[in-house]
Write a protein of this length. Structure first.
Length: 395
């Protein structure tokens, strides 16, 4: 029989080993609850599981801020970025993190000091960081959050109901790319706006990545009738999540958007083709059945050429290239030459230049895009125009 973990009442701002006392609503209201845990109602929090409880991905943890590092703010459920101060209590989730231009971090096997490795509220132990990054913000876990019965609270407990990929669904277009900051989110948002201009009710989802609201808010701002991400499926991050669970996220979110009445769905897949979970998802049979069209986002022509070749080698329905490289007329010409694909920039996508073709279950969907050359002949770029894709900020 599994031994039950000892449960203590939530304590004041002390270490987990100190005497416990009941929590009151005033103190709980002062906790800064992160975006990653937004689906969990604060009212369910009643106690803590102290050491030697072992954290698992998705477990909620109450932690104290001990040192301010790279992340000086935490993103709340509302999207507001609240300033952090030493001594603050924050409610976050344990998860692994993959971010080549920020942090690589893993869920620890104890409740010792660890790090806030994402502004959206991810607790893990940093094992490597980009040279531009400061040391991560240091936090001390006060205990795993438990409900009235003493059961630890996990994001999976409050996830959307598991669902199969629906047999009848809208046209689904996925945005994938070379790496972080290739312009995937901007491409996805532009597609959402352009499809909305055409009269579609657009549903949007981010399938993989690290929990943060920025990408989801961009989808909402672009006109999505419903925007969800993997946190809605019960995951604060998808790094090191088994492939079958990634596929479950995909199926569940697409089914949810279809149920909401979407007539077109835009998906964003995080990171690049070399990231393990991304590659496994794109090579899965479920992804092939779920996705009708693929946009590839890249920062330069070489990346675009390699990425499009990777997708074509797997017989995936890539229909166009976009992303950061479209800020440069020269890069667009190079990418068009090496890929043989339409290169569609942000203004054109936002205006509805790309239209999904009819779905055909027997073969990849077709797509219709305004010819790039004709469009550029009518509206030549200004020599000193503002960048079409803003540089991504720290997340």
């Amino acid at each position: 029989m599994e031994r039950q973990a000892q449960v203590v009442s939530l304590t004041p701002k002390t270490s987990p080993s100190d005497a416990a006392q009941s929590i009151d609503d005033r103190r709980l209201a002062a906790v800064k609850a992160a975006y990653s845990v937004r689906r969990v109602p604060l009212r369910v929090i009643r106690s803590l599981l102290p050491a030697p409880a072992t954290p698992r991905p998705g477990d909620l943890v109450l932690a104290r801020v001990d040192r301010i590092g790279q992340h000086q703010r935490i993103e709340l459920a509302s999207g507001r970025r609240a300033h952090l101060h030493i001594g603050d209590e924050i409610l976050v989730s344990y998860a692994n993190r993959y971010a080549p231009d920020q942090f690589e971090a893993l869920v620890p096997d104890d409740l010792g000091q660890c790090d806030l490795v994402a502004a959206g509220g991810v607790a893990a132990r940093c094992i490597s960081r980009h040279s531009r990054m400061k040391r991560p913000t240091r936090i001390t876990p006060l205990g795993l959050v438990a409900d009235r019965s003493g059961k630890r609270v996990n994001l999976a407990d409050w996830a959307l109901p598991q669902a199969e990929l629906p047999a009848e669904r809208p046209h689904v277009v996925a945005v994938v790319g070379t790496a972080m900051n290739a312009g995937k989110t901007t491409t996805a948002a532009s597609l959402i706006h352009g499809l909305s201009v055409q009269g579609h009710r657009v549903g949007a989802a981010k399938i993989t990545g690290t929990g943060a609201g920025g990408d989801r808010w961009s989808m909402v701002d672009a006109g999505a009738i419903e925007a969800v991400d993997f946190t809605d499926a019960g995951y604060a991050s998808t790094f090191k999540v088994p492939q079958r669970e990634i596929e479950w996220i995909l199926g569940t979110l697409v089914a949810h958007l279809a149920e909401q009445g979407a007539t077109a769905i835009v998906l964003e897949v995080a990171d690049g083709l070399l990231q393990q979970e991304t590659a496994e998802l794109l090579e899965s049979e479920l992804f092939r059945r779920a996705v009708d069209s693929i946009f590839f986002a890249a920062g330069d022509a070489l990346g675009a050429g390699s990425g499009v070749a990777w997708l074509k080698a797997r017989d995936l329905p890539v229909v166009a290239v976009s992303g950061l490289l479209t800020a440069s007329e020269l890069a667009c010409r190079e990418a068009e030459a090496v890929t043989g694909m339409p290169i569609i920039d942000k203004p054109s996508l936002s205006a509805g230049a790309w239209r999904p073709g009819p779905r055909n279950p027997a073969q990849p969907a077709t797509a219709v895009a305004e010819p790039r050359g004709a469009r550029r002949a009518a509206t030549p770029p200004e020599p000193c125009a503002e960048p079409l894709y803003a540089e991504a900020g720290a997340r």
